[in-house]
Design a protein around this ligand. Structure first.
Ligand code: THU
Length: 130
């Protein structure tokens, strides 16, 4: 899919924008809406470490705060040996806003790709409180 290559490149391009003075571990994300609008995200750290926001959640919060609720794809990029593995908090946020079968592309900066889904990343997700 030609579009997916562009989404991957865009997620990788976010790596240089990540604000990571403490971990030096940049992460980039691209969240694609059903009508193919793209919301980018970077991790944004803070000297008070726990205030850090992950790249994926930055992308979701940008999109949702603009009224977007229908998503078709997420790409996450890291400067890692293997395709990056998203943290548990971000998996829970994916489960909140995405269909469990939504594809998620994990990639590093050398084009090693792992294709997965929201359900595979967070099986037996907590999604209801009733
Ligand atoms: N990080 C993300 O942005 N996404 C993840 O899924 C994993 C962790 C960030 C948080 C922190 O800025 C750095 O990576 C190291 O944990």
């Amino acid at each position: 899919m030609a579009a997916k290559k562009e989404w991957i490149e865009l997620a990788q391009a976010q790596l240089d924008k990540a604000y990571v003075p403490y971990s030096h571990f940049p992460v980039g994300a691209v969240l694609v809406t059903e009508d193919e609008k793209l919301y980018t995200g970077i991790n944004i750290e803070n000297v008070s470490y726990s205030l850090t926001n992950c790249a994926e959640r930055t992308a979701f919060f940008k999109a949702v705060s603009e009224g977007e609720m229908k998503f078709k794809h997420l790409v996450i990029a890291g400067r890692t040996d293997e395709p990056i593995s998203p943290c548990g908090a971000c998996r829970q946020v994916m489960a909140e806003f995405c269909d469990p079968e939504m594809p998620v592309t994990l990639v590093n900066d050398r084009d090693r790709v792992l294709e997965t889904t929201v359900r595979k990343l967070l099986p037996y997700a907590f999604t209801e409180i009733e």
